[in-house]
Design a protein around this ligand. Structure first.
Ligand SMILES: [Zn+2]
Length: 383
């Protein structure tokens, strides 16, 4: 369903000259550390021409899913020598600068003020937003009210129908895809997007990323190949923490100053350290759940469960459960260091309970109910 755009060269020339002056001054995307197993797997699939057209990368918040998706895009576009991506060809340089016209990167943005925005306006908005993200290469998760609204989905559909601008193919990355708002748009746009996922044009690859795969609507989940991005190993986390831009962002977000503490909070997903206010709020919420459970204080447990609110703020609740996992890992580690094997085992089993709670949250069970039952289970394991 690719439509050839006969007038494509003039805009591309204009585009190139617009990005030319700043493209070689710096390499703004943070280097990708870790995920070597997945990278090798992707590389192998590309060589065999077996990479699925629609992929969903899911894994912990801050583990680098969007950065990995950008790497995959660069790998697909690179025309330089092996091993690819070479990092030096024109495609690689544009991709690393966040300015490749065939590497499209979308993520949650504020709701458009005046109803719908035209595809051209949306592209302008993202060019600016990507420019902000690539200033340091480190960015915090979007604010809770930001989403992938229907104007953005329309812009993607519009763009996917056109031939690539300068490469042999085009890549669409949709970060934090669980924030996609299809319901309130026209059914036509939603249908067109689902069709795009199901049968991407021959020269297009669509990559969704999410830390809450369960929050994606089933009609989307069933159309993508899910690939789990695991937590990073200690050496890779250290490599990320050694990036000056990363340390500056952690400081700006009011994160921990000591490396030891940073490693602990990162828990294999260093991006979580720059999550700022949202993550701090989630940690506070998780601590309250943990305290109420370990103190066996039934009244406080009830108050804590009620404070989880209704089903509306689902994203924030999932983040709180994520924070709970982080705290329990900390406990398990601390207990193991003290030689307290029973405590370490209890905390590890508590992590499994939280995983079950996450699954239930994904199935839209009421957060208050999940929390109250979760605290009862935790009480047995960690009190
Ligand atoms: Zn290259």
């Amino acid at each position: 369903m690719t439509v050839t755009n006969h007038a494509q060269n003039a805009p591309v020339q204009a585009y190139r000259s617009a990005v030319q002056p700043r493209k070689l001054l710096f390499v703004p995307l943070l280097p990708l550390h870790g995920h070597s197993v997945l990278r090798a797997r992707f590389d192998d699939a590309i060589r065999r021409d077996a990479l699925p057209g629609s992929i969903m990368l899911h894994g912990p918040l801050g583990v680098g899913k969007q950065r990995l998706a950008l790497w995959l895009g660069q790998r697909l576009l690179c025309s330089g020598p092996e091993p690819r991506p070479c990092g030096n060809c024109q495609h690689c340089r544009y991709a690393l600068a966040g300015t490749h016209p065939d590497l499209h990167w979308y993520f949650p943005r504020p709701r458009p003020k005046s109803g719908d925005m035209t595809p051209a306006k949306i592209e302008d908005d993202f060019r600016e937003a990507i420019g902000e993200r690539t200033q340091t290469g480190v960015y915090a998760p979007p604010a809770p009210e930001e989403g992938l609204y229907i104007s953005t989905i329309r812009a993607i559909i519009h763009s996917a129908a056109m031939a690539p601008a300068m490469a042999a193919r085009k890549i669409y990355i949709l970060g934090e895809a669980e924030r996609m708002v299809l319901q309130e748009g026209s059914e036509e746009a939603a249908g067109a997007f689902l069709k795009l996922l199901e049968e991407p044009p021959a020269k297009a690859t669509i990559i969704l990323t999410t830390s809450e795969p369960g929050a994606l609507i089933p009609t989307i989940r069933s159309r993508v190949v899910a690939i789990r991005v695991p937590a990073m190993g200690a050496a890779d986390v250290d490599a990320v923490l050694a990036e000056p831009a990363m340390q500056a962002a952690i400081a700006a977000a009011g994160g921990p100053k000591k490396l030891e503490e940073q490693r602990r909070v990162a828990n294999g997903a260093p991006g979580a350290l720059v999550a700022g206010a949202e993550w701090a709020a989630a940690l506070a919420r998780a601590r309250r759940i943990l305290d109420a459970a370990s103190n066996r204080d039934r009244q406080e447990q009830m108050r804590t469960a009620l404070a989880q609110g209704s089903s509306k703020a689902r994203g924030a609740y999932s983040t709180a459960l994520e924070a709970l996992t982080t705290l329990l890992h900390e406990r398990a580690r601390a207990a193991a260091e003290r030689g307290n094997r029973r405590g370490a085992r209890g905390a590890a089993m508590a992590v499994d309970e939280v995983e079950r709670a996450k699954e239930r949250a994904a199935k839209l069970v009421n957060p208050q109910l999940i929390t109250s039952q979760l605290m009862r289970s935790l009480e047995r394991l960690i009190a």
